[in-house]
Design a protein around this ligand. Structure first.
Ligand code: NDP
Ligand code: MG
Length: 382
């Protein structure tokens, strides 16, 4: 399969797994990018020989230039570099695997340049889903989900000839490492405890989001935008085993689901090989041995971040950008041991109360909402 991929965020959990998939499928890398991990980016460049390598951090870019001085790889830096990586003429697909809404501008640039987008960077859709999906429609750009739930929905929708027949999208949720606990038990949860997660290995920010269940809230908003569904037609079900990756319920009450062992390389690969499939590295699911599958309701009282995200989803406009900006800022404070686990929801709620929502936002409105929400979190008295 001859495809040329630019990976934004190639040193992260999704980025590294994407490179495994690219190598296994005989694809090539056009550009690789990272924030500050110049050592790993050098290693990846020596293995994959991209045209361009981008470090977001200027100091790290200077270091990478020295490391790659014996090669003809162009080393770029900052947001301009990221946008150049997203629009390189030789790439047909851009896999967005940076963490946070820093992915927004490069994603829009890739869409304008007519690239296929393999979308992992959910924060971008949460902040500016309408702008991104409108740009994709106007440019005829294909958006392929990498997030496992959205890939499952995508696969479960593939046999659908009339979207009007879809009754409901059902996102499955593992429940996170603190499943079953109450707020009193979460009060003193530390960074270390939050970073332990049973079913997948992920970056620090999304691991905390999985512990607060904010991740499922972000995915709810992501699904609204990807599949043009109103919030009342999306549900969340707790499914501890992470075997069913999400479901579509049709108007005749048939439910179509995608199942598999939890392995992000499967949805990553499908986003890159679609509409074909190729033999993949995920362990086959052994139905005789996988044990019972269980389902339950999410606890919105304990996991307030999920409840706040559902409120933002119903509110629309810049509410998603406010929710996301506040959450990014609050999670960063938690990871720096500056605030406690339960403070994350308090800070996000405070920002949502404080920052006014703009109904039909421009890119500028989204960026302003994001910044105002971050400031509200930093200066919160909570
Ligand atoms: P990681 O933290 O593991 O990796 C993030 C990547 O982005 C790294 O390459 C990092 O570079 C780079 N990066 C971080 N900050 C910046 C910045 N400010 N500017 C430019 N680049 C930056 O994250 P994950 O791989 O876990 O997640 C990536 C995205 O995919 C997230 O949006 C997440 O929600 C989504 N996702 C992740 C899943 C998973 O299983 N991990 C599943 C589904 C979705 P450096 O290494 O130098 O810091
Ligand atoms: Mg997911």
């Amino acid at each position: 399969m001859s495809k040329r991929i630019s990976i934004l965020g190639s040193t992260g959990s999704i980025g590294r797994q994407s490179l495994e998939v690219i190598a296994a499928c005989g694809m090539t890398a056009a550009a690789l990018t990272a924030h500050s991990n110049s050592r790993l980016l050098e290693e990846q460049c020596r293995q994959f020989h991209p045209e361009a390598a981008v470090m977001m951090d200027e100091g790290a870019a200077a270091d990478l230039r020295v490391r790659l001085a014996d090669t003809d790889i162009r080393v770029l830096s900052g947001m301009d570099g990221l946008i150049e990586a997203a629009t390189l003429p030789s790439a047909d697909t851009v896999l967005t695997a940076v963490v946070g809404m820093v992915g927004l501008r490069p994603t829009l640039a890739a869409i304008q340049a007519g690239k296929r987008i393999a979308f992992a960077n959910k924060e971008t859709l949460v902040c500016a889903g309408e702008l991104v999906m409108r740009a994709a429609r106007e440019q005829g750009a294909e958006i392929l989900p990498v997030d496992s739930e959205h890939s499952a929905l995508f696969q479960s929708l593939e046999g659908c000839r009339d979207r009007g027949e879809v009754k409901r999208l059902i996102l499955t949720c593992s429940g996170g490492p603190f499943y079953g606990k109450k707020a009193s038990e979460l009060q003193n949860m530390t960074r270390k405890e939050a970073l332990q997660r049973p079913n997948w290995s992920m970056g620090a920010k999304i691991t905390v989001d999985s512990a607060t269940l904010m991740n499922k809230g972000l995915e709810f908003i992501e699904a609204m935008h990807l599949y043009h569904m109103p919030p009342e037609k999306i549900s969340i079900v707790i499914h501890r085993e992470s075997i069913i990756h999400s479901l579509v319920e049709y108007c005749d009450n048939a439910m179509i689901a995608q199942l598999g062992t939890p392995d992000m390389r499967l949805p990553i690969q499908y986003a890159l090989t679609w509409p074909s499939r190729a033999p993949g590295p995920a362990r086959p699911l052994d139905l005789w041995d996988c044990g019972p599958l269980t389902f339950g309701r999410p606890d919105l009282e304990t996991f307030r971040c999920l409840d706040l995200a559902l409120k933002a989803a119903r509110r629309g406009g810049t509410a998603g950008a406010i929710l996301n900006g506040a959450n990014e800022a609050a999670v960063a404070l938690f990871l720096a041991d500056k605030i406690g686990f339960l403070d994350i929801a308090d800070r996000v709620e405070g920002a949502m109360e404080q920052v006014p929502v703009v109904e039909t936002p421009s890119l500028e409105d989204v960026l302003q909402a994001d910044q105002a929400a971050r400031e509200a979190v930093w200066h919160s008295a909570v």
